[in-house]
Design a protein around this ligand. Structure first.
Ligand code: ATP
Length: 320
């Protein structure tokens, strides 16, 4: 193969730049030229591209966000848009395309592969919700950002003997909330995947913890569970404890990627180019048991991944 393209799509995640760098550098090392396609699939449809050489990606491994910008592109969902994207990829002389994003972005990669553009997905999302991969790029950085913010909240909550109700990202998946909850010593973690008995798991626990001398509480609420203010109001009504809401929001998506994200992004980006060179198409790169591997996109997205049950049980036990 002579030329490949790289784009970032869907919600951004720390480590996307590190994927771009790894793809460009690996391609360059094997004498393959690389085009950066900007603003996700929109750039493919509109021809918004830049030439990327090994030196164009110097220093970006440490930067959050994505130098290629990202976007959601509704045109890709139409026949005309998809055909235009595939035609442009052929016109640009692309022998392969690496797409860093979430499952929606992989559907786009699958559709392009069917149109004769060999496309490979690399999981980049802070939610860790790509079912065929143990890990998605951005997760560790997002957890660390959340923890740094919550540690600061803890200082002020402790001084006032308040309860902090913190909403973290995760509409459909609670992986981020669970890791963050364990890492900040939350009294309770509300996850989309687990029903809880509010009275028993929160109210009674807070009362019991108070008797044991605990002066403040942190409750982690995954975005998809419901309104954090409702949770705070219910706590206040039931216990009389002053409960304050903090919604971490987009801050979780920013910042310099952690070591784990930089390393995973580099391994996954490298793998994506290697399999393109072997003639692969319609694959998603995954981490399984700390090995980097790949699956057919359809097969990969049909797999299932549950919350880490062991970690959930641990969190319940140590939060007294
Ligand atoms: P995140 O996890 O951050 O939401 P995502 O990749 O799942 O990331 P989506 O908005 O679902 O985000 O998808 C990103 C883009 O992928 C869409 O805007 C669209 O351009 C393309 N896409 C999604 N689904 C399809 C599909 N079925 N066919 C073609 N393209 C698609």
């Amino acid at each position: 193969i002579k030329r490949i393209g790289i784009l970032t799509s869907g919600g951004d995640a720390p480590g996307m730049n590190a994927v771009v760098r790894a793809v460009v550098r690996t391609a360059s090392a094997y004498g393959i030229s690389c085009l950066g396609i900007r603003r996700g699939y929109s750039g493919l449809i509109n021809g918004d591209i830049i030439e990327l050489g090994a030196r164009s990606v110097d220093g970006i491994i440490a930067k959050g966000g994505t130098m290629l910008y990202t976007a959601r592109c509704l045109e890709m969902l139409t026949d005309d848009g998809l055909t235009q994207a595939a035609n442009n990829a052929h016109y640009m002389g692309l022998d392969g395309l690496v797409v860093c994003g979430g499952d929606g972005s992989f559907r786009g990669a699958q559709a392009l592969s069917r149109k004769g553009v060999p496309a490979i997905g690399v999981p980049g999302t802070i939610d860790n919700d790509i079912v065929c991969s143990d890990y998605t790029i951005g997760f560790d950085s997002a957890c660390n950002t959340a923890i740094q913010a919550i540690d600061k909240l803890r200082d002020t909550m402790q001084s006032h003997e308040r309860c902090s109700v913190v909403e973290v990202m995760g509409r459909r998946a609670g992986h981020l909330a669970l890791d963050v909850g364990v890492a900040c010593g939350a009294t309770a973690i509300l996850l989309p995947e687990r029903e809880i008995d509010f009275e028993k798991s929160i109210v009674e626990k807070m009362r019991a913890n108070r008797i044991r001398g605990r002066k403040h509480h942190i409750i982690i609420v995954a975005e998809g569970v419901g309104n954090a203010q409702d949770v705070a109001d219910r706590i206040h009504t039931a216990t009389g404890i002053d409960a304050r809401v903090t919604i971490l929001g987009h801050i979780q998506r920013g910042g310099s990627p952690t070591v784990r994200d930089r390393v995973m992004a580099t391994r996954m980006g490298y793998h994506a180019v290697k399999i393109l060179m072997e003639g692969a198409s319609n694959r998603v790169v995954c981490a399984r048991n700390n090995q980097i591997t790949d699956y057919d996109i359809e097969e990969g997205l049909a797999m299932s991944k549950d919350l880490n049950q062991e970690l959930y049980e641990v969190s319940q036990t140590v939060s007294i």
